[in-house]
Every structure is written in C-alpha cells, then in structure tokens.
Design a protein around this ligand. Structure first.
Ligand code: HMG
Ligand code: MG
Length: 304
C-alpha cells in the first residue's frame, strides 16, 4: 500500500523560522529558499502574512516573497489567517495559501485569537477570494494529536474541523501534530478522519518531533497511502503559541527514510544537507537532523 512517490512540502522558511528568538534577515531567508530549490524542492512554504505583533519573525513576508527567485514548476505557498493577510499576500503572487485552524478550542484562541467556529467564518471569504484569484487553498488542522492547553484531542474533534474546512471549500487538509506528542496509531486515526472527506492526494501529515515519533508517524501514514508530508530543513520549527514543542521533522531524515524504502522524492539529499548546514549556521545551532549530522560527519571523515 506504500506509495512509490512522496511529495514533501518544505516548511522550513516559514514554520522553521517563525519561532527563532534571534531574527533571521530577509536576505538569509531568500538564500535558504534558493538552496532548497537547488536541492529539488518543488513545494515551499515561504512565509506567513500574519500580524507582526503576534509573530515578528514573519514581519518581512512581502520582502521575502519579492526577493525569492521564482522557478518554473515550484509552488510557493504562504499562510493567510484572514482577509487582511490574503490581500497583502496576493500582491506578492503566491501559488497557494494556507488557512490554519485547530482541533482544540484553547489552541485556536491562543494562536489566532478566536474560536474554531469563528475561525471557519473568517476563513470562508479568504478561501473564496483565493479561489477567485486562481489559487489553491490548504487548511491546517493544528493540535490534531494533542494540545498544550487542553491536553488530549480526539479524532472526532479533528473530523469536526475537517468537515468545517471542506464546507468552506478548502482544497487540501494538513493534519498537524503541533506539539509532537502523537504516536503512529493516533496519527493513523486522525488522518483516517480526514480521508473520509478528502481524496488521498489532498490529505497531508505535518509532524513535529518533540517526542521523537515523527518518522514513525510518517511510516504509519504511508501505510494508509498518504503521500504528502510537511517537513522542515534541519528540523527547524515550532509555533510561538505552543511552548515546549520542538521543531518539525527534519526534511533530511524523512528523505533518508523514504529513499531507503525505495520511494522517490525528487530531492537531492546531499544538497538538502548543504541547505540545512547553511541555515543552521545562520541560526547558530547544530542541525537537529540525525541524518544530516551523520552525513556531515562522513564528509569530514572522507576528506581527512
Ligand atoms: P487579532 O489581534 O485578533 O486581529 O489577531 P485583529 O483583526 O483584531 O487586528 C489587530 C491588529 O492586527 C490590527 O492592527 C490589524 O491591522 C493587524 P492595529 O490596528 O492594532 O495596528 N492585523 C494584521 N497585520 C498583518 N497581517 C495580518 C493581520 N491581521 C490583523 N494578517 C490574527 C488575529 C490572526 C491576525 C493573529 O492572531 C495572528 O496573526 N496570529 C498568527 C499566529 C501564527 O502565525 N502562528 C503560527 C502559525 S500556525 C502554526 O505554526 C501551526 C502549523 O505549522 C501547523 C502545526 O504545526 O500545527 C500551521
Ligand atoms: Mg507546525
């Protein structure tokens, strides 16, 4: 049942950098996107058009979008929580926008300052306007496997939001373990609820690796036939409104896993390692990717 080919949506420039304590400059973000493209990334979540008071790290969204070198065949997506964000985003010519809701009421309030029902009302005109502009719309369901404020989150709660997103015309749903607490069966149970309402190609998994379960969760989702996952270069990432959660699963680790399984990704692992080393240097921390660390150590061993 495992797919032959998997699409990875690179969320490093957005999820990866939205939580960095020291600001990363627009020039470095633009350079990261260039290196990701060189490594074969064809789906890149570049930035988010959110309130700079809420997430100052993304205040340069328009500048980053203006600065990236557009390549044919690459889809550039951005987060747009409301019409204001969408209006500014549209001027920067994204290919896709992302609305982000949550399976837990508490997280919805903390992250986007409204209830789940209000968020869906707010997203509806965003979806409509994005479609009118010819863009695809993804919807993220945050805290699908657990919430830092509410605790446990049930598959019923996930399905309720999936149904709500479908009702307003969202094209694709991403089931997100924002705080990285999920385990493989829980991941399958959550994604199965999305698959009741969306076709296989329009359901993706977004796993943070706080408890070291992200690769196992991806493997479990592959067994459902799911073949789109969000990953972040060097394992960067986190949400400012989910304290204690660590980064997303590292792109390099997922690529190592998939290539080992004989699954095509279209990505060049060596060049991903280069891109990861670049951004790790910028943020001043070693990469969180185990595969990248091993490959970097091997490079040193081979050259000495
Ligand atoms: P609010 O304060 O309720 O908004 O925030 P408001 O409509 O009352 O406006 C307040 C002020 O914000 C106004 O400015 C607006 O103009 C401005 P003022 O008059 O005070 O000067 N404003 C904006 N400015 C720029 N861009 C906008 C925008 N909207 C309003 N789009 C809002 C509501 C949604 C804006 C806020 O809560 C927000 O920006 N939240 C974003 C939080 C965020 O980015 N979280 C991280 C992304 S989600 C995530 O990481 C999870 C994910 O990776 C999946 C996973 O792992 O689970 C996707
Ligand atoms: Mg995330």
């Amino acid at each position: 049942m495992k797919p032959d080919r998997v699409t990875l949506v690179e969320v490093g420039p957005r999820d990866g950098l939205q939580n960095e304590a020291a600001p990363v400059g627009a020039a470095e973000k633009i350079e990261l996107v260039r290196r990701l493209q060189d490594a074969g990334c064809r789906e890149i979540e570049v930035t988010s058009f959110v309130s700079p008071k809420w997430v100052p790290q993304m205040a340069d969204a328009a500048q980053v979008m203006a600065g990236i070198e557009r390549r044919a065949g690459v889809r550039y997506s951005v987060l747009t929580p409301n019409l204001k964000g969408l209006e500014v985003a549209l001027a920067t010519r994204p290919d896709e926008v992302v609305v982000f809701g949550a399976a837990s009421e508490a997280f919805s309030r903390r992250n986007i300052n409204c209830s789940i029902a209000e968020s869906l009302e707010r997203f509806a005109p965003v979806v409509e306007a994005a479609h009118a502009a010819g863009l695809k719309v993804r919807g993220a369901v945050s805290c699908a496997l657990g919430c830092p404020y509410q605790g446990e989150v049930t598959p019923d709660e996930v399905e309720r939001v999936v149904v709500g997103l479908k009702a307003i015309g969202v094209d694709h749903v991403g089931i997100a373990d924002t705080i990285g607490v999920g385990t493989p069966l829980a991941a399958q149970r959550a994604l199965e609820r999305a698959l009741k309402h969306y076709p296989l190609a329009e359901v993706s998994g977004h796993f943070h690796d706080t408890y070291g379960q992200a690769l196992a969760n991806i493997l479990a989702c592959l067994d459902l036939g799911v073949h789109v996952f969000d990953t972040s270069i060097a394992g960067l990432g986190g949400c400012p409104y989910a304290k204690g959660a660590t980064g997303n699963v590292a792109t390099e680790d997922v690529v190592y896993l998939l290539h080992g399984l004989g699954i095509d990704t279209g990505l060049d692992l060596d060049r991903l390692v280069d891109a990861g080393a670049y951004i790790s240097g910028v943020v001043g921390r070693p990469t969180a990717s185990r595969a990248a660390r091993a490959l970097l150590a091997r490079r040193v061993a081979v050259s000495s």
